[in-house]
Design a protein around this ligand. Sequence first.
Ligand code: NAD
Ligand code: GLY
Length: 371
Amino acid sequence: MNAALPDTTARVSISLAERSYPILIGPSLLVAASSFAHLPSAAAALVVSNTTVAPLYAPSLVDALKSHYPKVHLVTLPDGEAHKTWPTLQLIFDALLENFCDRKTVLFALGGGVVGDMTGFAAASYMRGVPYVQVPTTLLAQVDSSVGGKTAINHPLGKNMIGAFYQPVRVICDLDVLKTLPPRELSAGLAEVIKYGPIFDMDFLDWIERHLDALLAREPQALEHAIRRSCEIKAEVVGQDERESGLRAILNFGHTFGHAIESGLGYGQWLHGEAVGCGMVMAARLSQRLGLIDAGFVERLTRLILHAGLPVVAPRLADFDNVARYLELMKIDKKAEGGEIRFVVLEEPGRAAVRAAPEALVREVIEASCQ
Ligand code: NAD
Ligand code: GLY
């Protein structure tokens, strides 16, 4: 596979013994037959996409796959976070069964994180597990959700609460597809790129600050570097802690506050990346109140998030007792233990950890952060 790939393709490896796989990053990968070489063979492939992405990219992917699979089916899901649900998941199973897909069928997730998370979950459970390939088409999905094997759907009471760890067999990040991404979605993806700096790599944070305008202008070299470095960091973390028994939780920096914003406002009101951006400001403020980092770093991170086009003022989630509503929502979080909310905090710039925090401090942060 490697030899025939265009020489503009970068490759990052996820090392997980027999579940290891490559992430390919570069232009024109969706139309290059070599991107799909040496995948598991099967009588059929099923491309899962949505009503926005399928008209743009499904014909190219289906064409490319036709030289590898005798039959290539397509299922088109409704678009949006509000559709990351059981009934939408069922549409994937319907397509698999209606087309008599057997247990070797390979699924291809063509879309952003919503399509990727649902396709992965369907792959984990159809006939107790079939292979799947991630073909992420948003920046957010290329730098985060397509990598690492977390799959899920939402529950009205909590985000990503129902799912499985199930690794793809390959991730194919075609840089060209980012050209059609709406600017708001580009900014949402930058939230997850920025995240890797304060939790893991301050040199990368410096680089993002220097190249933010180039990223916002979608300069290919800047995007390629941001995606590759993000994937390298995620690969390192997931390689050490695939099922989040410890270290991997740092990738949820900003997510405890962010998930409360997403479910509290109703899925899809704020984009996931927007909620994470604002959530990182809140988590940094909490870290400062815990005496771990100084105000200067909180300001620096807030400026960067704002400059990336992301919100830094949190929404009110209830008219009467806004803080109580945040606290209630944050209790439904996969990091919570015995009803105690736990947060990813910065122990210092570049190093994160998970810990509980005194409720009084959390209250202060919510009050100081909401409009
Ligand atoms: P998304 O999947 O909703 O995609 C954003 C929007 O962009 C959608 O309307 C989509 O149709 C559209 N779109 C996608 N690609 C496009 C393209 N190339 N051109 C034009 N439009 C395009 O959102 P997202 O930000 O990609 O993903 C967010 C989801 O990912 C959330 O559900 C979140 O929970 C999940 N997530 C999962 C993980 C994980 O580890 N599994 C990590 C981070 C986020
Ligand atoms: N996005 C968080 C994780 O993959 O662990």
